[in-house]
Every structure is written in structure tokens, then in C-alpha cells.
Design a protein around this ligand. Structure first.
Ligand code: RRO
Length: 320
């Protein structure tokens, strides 16, 4: 089921897009991550210019998450090890009818600890009014749990199971990759299953920031190892979007995420081939006004270049 979505046209530039057959009024939405866990936070996303309402990744049972301090701002981003704090998937299932009243697509993020968990949650959301299901294969912050996206065998088994549970489009949130052989291996797996979109990238996991004065890490969980976010990771996000766009062609939509603070950042993701972009750290730091600002800046930048729609530049990175 899709929402009756209007197009956002600013300075003559139409920012409307589509992901897995679901129309989005604009190119910019919130990422699963900050400020999207509680009903109050999701209401604020609903009332903002975010093109959709994306939930925090959920698990079977509610979770408090990791011990604090677990989030720290940095000059060019943040480091965090939240540990999947969420209300449990049943709470998000119940919220969907209310969230849908905002008149924009609702996307649920699920992050089970096993294939069985993901089957239970995806099956439940397949029976709901949610528009898209993003399955998170890349949370780096659960002590003792490897990221599924770095285990190609497990990824394949999980995809086989979760793409056979209903007709609602399934997407996968991927970890960042750093080697061409990994891009190729993952693309070859994705092509075998009806994965309708991918989200690139999750945070750069197991990063370490040290305070030289205190001689300590700046976050507590996992000895200070956490996910690096924000501007630091934009070049990695762009490369992942670009690599998968080239390997997957236009059959699979790509949501870009990682270091989008300005409309020009969003434009760079558009050139790399992203169909939409998600904003995490900037939303955490600036609040919900960031969506309208980024949209306006994107449209102004594109208008200056004479572009009138996203298609004019999507994937059209020029060779040097
Ligand atoms: O909650 C987290 O610690 C978290 C998740 Br689920 C994720 O997917 N990525 C991340 O950087 N943090």
C-alpha cells in the first residue's frame, strides 16, 4: 500500500522520487538511528519535511541498550554504541496506523539477533500497513554479535528466509565495505533474491576515539569501540553507493546515508546513484528542521545548474 504523496518542487526542481515502488515526496528522509525510537519522536518526524517516517531498528523484545556514556558528538560527526535501544517490534506494529495519518510512507527497521527473530518480525510487518521493511544486517554494537553483512553465508541464508514472507518490499541496510571483492560478493548474493532496495551505509563499526587528557575512550560500551558517523564517513558512503549502483544496475534502489549535512552532500549522493538519502547525525545534532534545509539547499544547487528533476543527475557521475 502506498501513500497519496505530493511532489516537493522548490525553485523549479522536482525532488520527488520512488523507492521500491513507493513514492516519496522528496529525496531526504530520516535514517534509522537518532530521534526515531519513541512515539513522540516519530510524531516529530511525521510533522517534519522528512519524506518518510523511518523507525529505530527494533528487536523482538524491548531493550534499554548499552550502558552510558554511549553517544558523543565529535567535530565532524559522532561515535556511538547505543546497543539497539527500542520499544520492541510489537510497539511499532501498534503505532503504524497512527504514523500513517501523517500521509507519508512509513518504513520500519528490523534488527533481529537471529534468522528466526527476523522471520517473526518481518512476517508481522508484512501483515501491517507499513510501506517498506528495512532489515538491518549491520548493527556493530552488540557485544558478542557479528555483523551479518560481513558474513556472506549468513546473509544469503537470511535473505532466502526473509524475502519469502510476503509482497511488501524488503530492503537491507548494509555495513560499509572497503574491498572490491566484497562489493562483488554482496552484489552477487543480492541479485539472487527479491531485495528491492539497499541502504548504504551503516556506521563504520568498531572505531575508537580516545581522550588524551583522561587517557580513556569517550564511550563506555565495548571498551570504547563504537560506530563512527557523520561527515567523517561520507567518502565511504559515496563509494558504497557508487559501487553497488554499478554492480546492481537500476533494478535495486539505493538509499544513501553517511555524512549528509547539506544539500550539496545530498547532490553528491545523487551523482553516485542514490535514489533517496537518509540523515542521521545531522538530525541528531540539529533536529527536524534539517530536512527542509537540506531539501532547499539541494534544489537551489540543482537549479543553479539548470536541472529540474533528480533524474537529470542521478548516477551521472562524470569520469575525470
Ligand atoms: O543501536 C545501535 O547501537 C546501532 C545500530 Br542498531 C545500528 O544499526 N548502527 C549503529 O551504528 N548503531
Amino acid at each position: 500500500m502506498t501513500s497519496a504523496t505530493q511532489s516537493t518542487i522548490i525553485n523549479g526542481v522536482n525532488l520527488s522520487t520512488e523507492v521500491a515502488g513507493v513514492p516519496l515526496a522528496s529525496y531526504v528522509l530520516n535514517a534509522s538511528g537518532p530521534r526515531c525510537t519513541s512515539a513522540e519522536e516519530l510524531k516529530i518526524v511525521g510533522e517534519s519535511h522528512s519524506a518518510a517516517i523511518m523507525t529505530k531498528s527494533c528487536t523482538i523484545l524491548p531493550r534499554e541498550g548499552n550502558p552510558e556514556p554511549r553517544y558523543q558528538n565529535l567535530d565532524l560527526g559522532s561515535i556511538q554504541s547505543m546497543g539497539l535501544p527500542n520499544l520492541g517490534y510489537k510497539a511499532y506494529l501498534e503505532m503504524i496506523p497512527t504514523l500513517k495519518q501523517h500521509g507519508k510512507p512509513v518504513i520500519v527497521s528490523v534488527s533481529g539477533f537471529s534468522i528466526e527473530d527476523n522471520i517473526e518480525m518481518v512476517s508481522a510487518f508484512q501483515q501491517s500497513a507499513v510501506d517498506l521493511i528495512e532489515v538491518n544486517f549491520s548493527c556493530p554494537n552488540i557485544p558478542g554479535k557479528a555483523q551479518v553483512a560481513y558474513d556472506f553465508e549468513q546473509t544469503e541464508q537470511a535473505l532466502k528466509a526473509i524475502t519469502a514472507l510476503g509482497d511488501k518490499p524488503i530492503g537491507i541496510k548494509l555495513a560499509p565495505y572497503f574491498d572490491m571483492s566484497h562489493f562483488i560478493a554482496m552484489a552477487d548474493i543480492l541479485k539472487q533474491y527479491p531485495v528491492k532496495f539497499i541502504t548504504c551505509i551503516n556506521s563504520i563499526g568498531n572505531s575508537l576515539v580516545i581522550d588524551p587528557e583522561t587517557e580513556q575512550p569517550i564511550i563506555k560500551p565495548k571498551g570504547g569501540f563504537g560506530g563512527l558517523c557523520g561527515e567523517y564517513i561520507k567518502p565511504v558512503g559515496l563509494a558504497n553507493v557508487r559501487a553497488f549502483r554499478e554492480l546492481l544496475g537500476d533494478d535495486v534502489q539505493i538509499m544513501g546515508v553517511g555524512g549528509i549535512n547539506t544539500g550539496v552532500d545530498a547532490f553528491e549522493y545523487l551523482l553516485a546513484g542514490a535514489d533517496a538519502v537518509q540523515v542521521a547525525t545531522c538530525f541528531e545534532k540539529q533536529g527536524a528542521a534539517c530536512f527542509e534545509r537540506i531539501e532547499t539547499e539541494l534544489a537551489q544547487f540543482m537549479a543553479k545548474k539548470g536541472y529540474t528533476s533528480l533524474e537529470d543527475a542521478k548516477g551521472k557521475l562524470k569520469p575525470l
